[in-house]
Design a protein around this ligand. Sequence first.
Ligand code: GSH
Length: 257
Amino acid sequence: MAIPDADIYPTATGRALETVKQHQNSSQADIIFYAGWFCPFVQRVWIALEEKGISYEYREENPYHKDPEFLKISPKGLVPAIIYQGQPIHESLVILEFLEEAFPNTKPLLPADPYARSQIRLALDHISKSILPSFFKLLQSQDPTSQSTARESLYKSFSQFGDGIKGEYWAGNEISLADIALMPWAGRLYILEENREFDIERTGEKFKGWAQRIIKHPAMQNTASEREHYAQIYGRYLRDEAQSEAAKATRNGGVIP
Ligand code: GSH
């Protein structure tokens, strides 16, 4: 039986819908992109595809239905996934790195210098292990004490990310995977501000400036749907009713898949 989360609005809306329309029925596209308009992990890959100018066909997939055909492409049934030259790849960070390697003649999202690359990969690790668990914890926590604990650890991990910012973007003057991996959550901070007493002033000047700049980035805006539709989805997280794998892991103290 489908879980309540399966009852999501079926398509992207707003600016994201305009972008979807430009990438439908693209039979010559290099990438088939299995996406969910609502998903921040999807939005990472979507921003990278847009920034790199890679040709892709957008296919909306509701990952809560666990369609058997989709499970052949993404074994856990999670979006995003892609197909490249007939071969499926899943996991947003793996896909981001793959796009860098498979499309070397497009705009680079990793610097050439190995040390600079290592620093970006450390930022990605920090996002996965520190920022996202605190973000989901704050979103789902119901009692004031655990909300306060999650909020403080989120401030701390944002401020640590901020310490590494070297310019307009995380690594300097050029956008990189360090920015792209966190942009979707920067675009969802308003949910915490409106519902969880999250105060951007507590994240430090560098993070605050970055977050305020990055949400205006064209690729961010062009992949964002209308807020009213996110409200339906995030309402379930805020009431701790969401049954996504990430929500269940957060509730049970496990690792976000
Ligand atoms: N680690 C995965 C990635 O980075 O790609 C996480 C992807 C993920 O959790 N996607 C969610 C999903 O497909 C949507 S935002 N959920 C379906 C489910 O939990 O059953």
